[in-house]
Design a protein around this ligand. Structure first.
Ligand SMILES: Cc1ncc(COP(=O)(O)O)c(C=O)c1O
Length: 301
């Protein structure tokens, strides 16, 4: 990973190499942290964070799952994010805010453990590459909403995503799709799914998935471009017979899917509607579409 100069830790900007924690922090042992993945892009007005408000709001909502006493407000965390970008003097990249139970208390009940807050930024290009990807339906079921809190971004939840990703990589696929407890498609390990059939878009409903901010953005952009969108349960069979399939996510942005298991999707390339939405999305995040200006927060005033 590419280092930057400073990381924001509990209210202070510290040097990257000094941003350290103890081996006995609670979150390292039990997955008791909450985090976000956010991107910022180079625009004519300098670096701009995409949907910062929504990401910080989701972070604080996730923290509520653990009844964490977060010592910073929504406004303070937004300001700290912009300050960290400005201080590191980079124009585009990834932002990783994380809040976790820290050092000083062991045992599963985290009450009494300190709460640490960190915001790191670094340059990070394309996550899944520019081409369409081959996707395996995972043998691992997406976390059950009655076992965990599906719509929170909790560090421990990602063991499920890691196992499914390892399985897919070992079988020669670039990414995977996890099914929910009903046997229908939930989402990727770090992405939401869209399918296109007869020029109409479909995406699994909220409930068993992370409510992706890119998912929400694409639904709005696609609607504005005149597409009809329906949130509905999607079976594996429906996905495999779709005209186009694509992932959305902060890291993956909009990534076409060319194959699910051994079935080629469409003509095996990024589909035309996926291409159009990806291009529209990249215009929005780079500040080239004034209609969505309110989704950008600028790091330099
Ligand atoms: C499990 C999961 N689903 C979907 C997404 C996509 O969400 P977003 O578009 O907010 O990045 C992510 C990424 O945060 C994720 O981890």
């Amino acid at each position: 990973m590419d280092k930057t100069d400073f990381i924001w830790m509990n209210g202070k900007l510290v040097k990257w190499d000094d941003a350290k924690i103890h081996v006995l922090v609670h979150a390292l042992h039990y997955g008791s942290g909450v985090f976000e993945g956010v991107r910022f892009y180079n625009t004519d007005k300098g670096p701009a964070v995409f949907r910062l408000k929504e990401h910080i709001a989701r972070l604080l909502k996730s923290a509520k799952v653990f009844e964490m006493n977060v010592p910073y407000s929504q406004e303070q965390l937004e300001k700290a994010t912009l300050e960290t970008i400005a201080k590191n003097k980079i124009n585009a990249g990834y932002i990783r805010p994380i809040i976790f139970f820290g050092y000083g208390k062991m045992g599963l009940n985290p009450v009494g453990a300190p709460v640490d807050t960190v915001i790191a930024v670094w340059p990070w290009g394309s996550y899944l590459g520019e081409e369409a990807v081959k996707v395996k339906i995972s043998k691992y079921m997406r976390i059950h909403p009655k076992s965990l809190v599906s719509d929170a971004k909790v560090t421990g939840h990602y063991v499920n995503s890691i196992l499914a990703s390892l399985e897919a990589k070992a079988a020669g696929f670039e990414e995977c799709l996890l099914l929910d407890f009903t046997g229908n498609i939930a989402e990727g390990p770090g992405e939401n799914l869209f399918v296109v059939k007869k020029k109409k878009l479909f995406t699994p409903p909220l409930g068993n998935i992370l409510p992706g901010i890119t998912r929400d953005s694409i639904m709005k952009i696609a609607k504005d471009l005149g597409y009809e969108i329906e949130e509905k349960v999607i079976s594996v069979k429906e996905a495999k017979s779709a005209d186009e399939c694509f992932f959305t996510g902060t890291a993956a942005e909009v990534t076409g899917i060319k194959q699910i298991d051994d079935v080629t999707i469409g003509n095996g390339e990024v589909g035309p509607i996926t291409k159009q939405l990806k291009s529209a999305f990249l215009d929005v995040v780079k500040g080239k579409n004034k209609k969505y200006e309110s989704w950008l927060s600028y790091a330099r005033k």
